[in-house]
Design a protein around this ligand. Structure first.
Ligand code: ZN
Ligand code: ZN
Length: 437
């Protein structure tokens, strides 16, 4: 059926605004709005009927009358009579309020810094139901959804009003028009800042550690701080970032973690800080690094701050498992060790697979399971008769203290096992973490 006949057929039965009519043919013709499509269809339909009417076609006159009340004002002009217009069957006037609705989002949007946004809509199901009913009745197959048109058109208006860009992939801001509750919901997407940290002293946990005695309420043991340690890598890095971005909450993600008594030196460990609901997104990252480093007063140091995204957080987890790490350990042995012992140790642990059950010291919070991790290389240097230093390059996720002690046979082979004497790690530093952020 030709478009014009279809249009007349629909409009005789159903009052539709320009947008809702045009939307039923949205896939036909490009570069025009549905409103322009609808208006064009109505105009052509009316011109066609007018022509037939002028040549004496009574049926055409009747059609014009029907259309006049169903959203086609210019049909009424031809007939020279007043008609009471019926509201649009599908949108009930919604599509004529787009400018007004877009403006409703402005006051809150102005409080945020952002460059891109994505528009969404929550509307009553009956809009879609009415549209579906119309499409089924008139076998319309070139339409798009009312939600699709609404979000695109409101997005265009917002872009014009704010000078910001719509972005479907990675928006800074999500703007939901909740038509059910008649409000606009604005959610800034999290901001991700990545970098590497060095932990220059022992005695600081990576994550904030809630006091096990009081569960964070504050007690004598924790000196009423609610924490086991006064500070943590997390607090020292995430708090200044949170303040700078004026967000609600900050989450710290590290590529693996070190024990409280282990330093992180060398190139440092990759991390990402995720700031929820940031008001500021354009940060001077160099300045921010300085602030963090000054505030951390030689405890922790960050380098190479840059912007990241959610994917990076996932990559960080994989990185901690897969990337090689290098440790420096100071080891004390029960009884003297010879140069020959140490040379054998180096040789033996070249590309050696270690079988390791969850260390006893973390069993209370981790499931007991067997890991197989590789030691790539061990380089040793004697310090005294019963002490030596080892540079250990291994796969991420290996428990190094247990590689040395053997953890009562739960890690095998181990340094203790190889030396035939109990060995113990008395100092440990991470000196290299592989992987890029
Ligand atoms: Zn409508
Ligand atoms: Zn406490």
């Amino acid at each position: 059926m030709v478009l014009v006949e279809k249009t007349v057929e629909i409009l005789r039965k159903c009052p539709l605004c320009d947008s809702c009519l045009g939307r039923q043919f949205a896939l036909l013709g490009k570069g025009v709005t549905n409103s322009a499509r609808g208006r064009a269809l109505k105009l052509i339909a009316v011109m066609e009927l007018h022509q037939r009417h002028l040549s004496g076609d009574e049926q055409a006159r009747k059609c014009l009358e029907e259309l006049a009340g169903n959203g086609v004002v210019f049909a009424a002009t031809i007939l020279g009579k007043e008609v009471t217009e019926r509201g649009c069957f599908i949108c009930r006037g919604l599509m004529s309020r787009l400018d007004e609705l877009a403006r409703q989002a402005l006051p809150e949007l102005e409080q945020h810094e952002y460059s891109t946004f994505l528009v969404g809509v929550k509307m009553h199901g009956d809009y879609v139901e009415r549209e579906d009913k119309l499409r089924a009745e008139f076998q319309l197959e070139y339409g798009e959804s009312i939600k699709g048109e609404f979000t695109r058109e409101v997005g265009k208006r917002l872009a014009a009003l704010t000078g910001k860009k719509a972005d479907l992939e990675k928006p800074d801001m999500i703007i939901i028009f909740n038509l059910v509750e008649n409000r606009v919901e604005i959610t800034p997407m999290p901001l991700f800042i990545a970098g590497r940290y060095r932990k220059l002293v022992r005695g600081i946990p990576q994550a904030r550690w809630i006091c096990t005695e009081c569960g964070g309420r504050g007690c004598e043991r924790c000196n009423w701080s609610g924490k086991m340690y006064p500070t943590s890598v997390e607090e020292l890095i995430a708090e200044p970032i949170l303040r700078a971005a004026k967000g609600l909450e900050a989450k710290f993600h590290g590529a693996g973690r070190e024990d409280v008594d282990v330093r992180v030196l060398g190139n440092g460990r990759p991390f990402v800080v995720e700031v929820k609901c940031p008001r500021i997104r354009q940060l001077d990252l160099e300045e921010l690094a300085k602030t963090i480093n000054q505030h951390a007063k030689g405890l922790v140091e960050v380098t190479g701050l840059k912007y990241g995204d959610r994917k990076l957080v996932r990559r960080l987890k994989l990185m901690s498992e897969r990337s090689p790490k290098k440790y420096r350990a100071v080891i004390e042995v029960e009884g003297p060790v010879s140069h020959e012992d140490l040379r054998k140790l180096e040789e033996y642990f070249k590309d050696r697979v270690i079988e390791q059950y969850t260390p006893r010291r973390v069993l209370h919070r981790r499931a007991d399971k067997l890991r197989r991790k590789k030691v790539y290389e061990v380089e040793v240097k004697p310090i005294g008769e019963r002490m030596f230093e080892a540079l250990i390059k291994c796969q991420g996720g290996l428990y190094v203290k247990e590689l040395i002690s053997g953890d009562e046979g739960r890690t095998t082979p181990s340094f203790s096992e190889m030396l035939g004497r109990s060995a113990r790690c008395i100092e440990l530093d991470v000196v290299e973490v592989g992987g890029e952020v």
